[in-house]
Design a protein around this ligand. Structure first.
Ligand code: FNR
Length: 389
């Protein structure tokens, strides 16, 4: 039995247990994957200031995200086709998050439906919305999230069109997987995954199938995105969706101070500084590098969260020290899910909380709410010296 000590251990198990097509879908960025790589390597450039002889008793990682109490400032990010990494993936991840006291965000492109996740959890979760061309469907989706008592709508702004990920094209990504010689050989080695899938009825897009007509190829994520997502999305539409929803709104995918100002202007409750985990515009800067300029621009107007590249509690600590009130993890919990289902997501959260707690203490802080820039050593050129445009 493997002893799990870090997120990388979960990643290795995920790779072994999930079909190649789905592990690759998780572990990829767009085009050259430069942004995907830099999301993590830029965290490594920041150093922590070790302090000593400071009372470390009674520590706390508890905080609040958009007014909700959390056991640590981490939420589970929306991740499409999570229910293909492990059977009933979204339900299991939502349950793990609920028990741990952190928010779970359900993707529009989930396998388990909004209603299904609501039926298996007690705490409200967040719902992530991709804006569709079909206004009627969009409205119904929002109504369904309201009926399920979702406590926030996370509107993703950085995927009106899909960034190309080479591996998905080469693997012929689909949910459920199409049976080709290559996929059948691969599946033969993933018996645990296959048995799980046979035990559930949740095997394709739960928020979509049965709710929309005329889909040419319902199993294909890329075909779906091209057909349905609204490339004409603009700030006016964001305002309209915000009105339709009427509750708390989090705008996801902000990487530029000018866009952050627009997000604050439309009255977002929070923004997520994100480049979609390096899956959209390859060549964009890492989220952690973009964070300081965004904090400076709107830090006093809107709550700022960050995702993309977080693989440890130290990364969470660094993001908070740089001015983020909260963080989201994507791959870090998906590795756990693909490795060991609900237990694996819990393990990922435990690993991150432990690393966060110990690192915070060794920096001389007892409360995450007191963590600030003073615990960090930031290279002078961290944000990059770019020519004025
Ligand atoms: C995503 N992400 C994402 N975001 C979103 O708003 N809706 C979605 O359906 C998806 N789907 C998705 C699938 C997979 C496999 C990944 C890895 C990511 C982006 C996600 O919410 C988040 O921004 C990133 O995962 C953050 O980066 P890390 O933590 O994975 O490095």
């Amino acid at each position: 039995m493997t002893v799990i000590t870090c997120i990388d251990d979960l990643k290795r198990l995920h790779k072994r247990r999930a079909p190649k097509m789905f592990f690759d879908y998780c572990e990829s960025g767009s085009w050259t994957e430069q942004t995907f790589r830099e999301n993590t390597s830029d965290f490594d450039k920041l150093r922590l200031r070790q302090r000593v002889a400071v009372d470390m008793t009674n520590r706390s990682t508890t905080s609040q995200l958009i007014g909700e109490d959390v056991s640590m400032p981490v939420a589970l990010a929306p991740v499409g086709i999570t229910g293909m990494q492990h059977y009933d993936g979204e339900i299991l991840a939502a349950k793990a998050a609920e028990k741990f006291g952190v928010p779970f965000t359900l993707s529009t492109m989930s396998i388990c439906s909004i209603e299904d996740v609501a039926a298996h959890t007690k705490s409200p979760f967040w719902f992530q919305l991709y804006t569709m061309k079909d206004e009627d469907y969009l409205r119904r989706l929002i109504e369904r999230a309201k009926a399920a008592k979702c406590s926030a709508l996370v509107i993703t702004l950085d995927l009106q069109i899909l960034g190309q990920r080479h591996k998905d094209l080469k693997n012929g990504l689909s949910a459920p997987p199409k049976l080709t010689l290559a996929s059948m050989i691969d599946l033969a080695f993933r018996w645990r995954w296959g048995m799980g899938m046979l035990s559930t009825k949740r095997r394709t897009f739960g928020n979509i199938i049965g709710h929309v007509d005329n889909i040419k190829d319902p199993s294909s994520l890329s075909a779906w995105t091209a057909e349905q997502f609204d490339p004409a999305l603009d700030w006016k539409k964001v305002e309209r969706i915000k009105e339709m929803w009427g509750g708390k709104v989090i705008l996801k995918g902000i990487l530029d101070a000018e866009d952050a100002k627009m997000a604050a202007k439309v009255g977002a409750d929070a923004i997520i500084v994100s480049n979609h985990g390096g899956r959209q515009l390859d060549g964009a800067i890492s989220s952690i590098r973009a964070l300081p300029s965004i904090v400076e621009a709107v830090g006093d107007q809107v709550e700022i969260h960050l995702d993309s590249g977080i693989r440890s509690g130290q990364d969470v600590l660094k993001a908070v020290a740089m001015g983020a009130k909260g963080t989201m993890i994507g791959r870090a919990y998906i590795y756990g899910l693909g490795a060991m289902g609900q237990q694996g997501v819990t393990k990922a959260l435990e690993v991150i909380r432990n690393e966060l707690d110990v690192s915070m203490a060794l920096c001389g802080k007892r409360d995450i709410k007191d963590v600030g820039r003073d615990i960090l050593l930031v290279p002078e050129d961290f944000e990059g010296r770019w020519q004025a445009s």
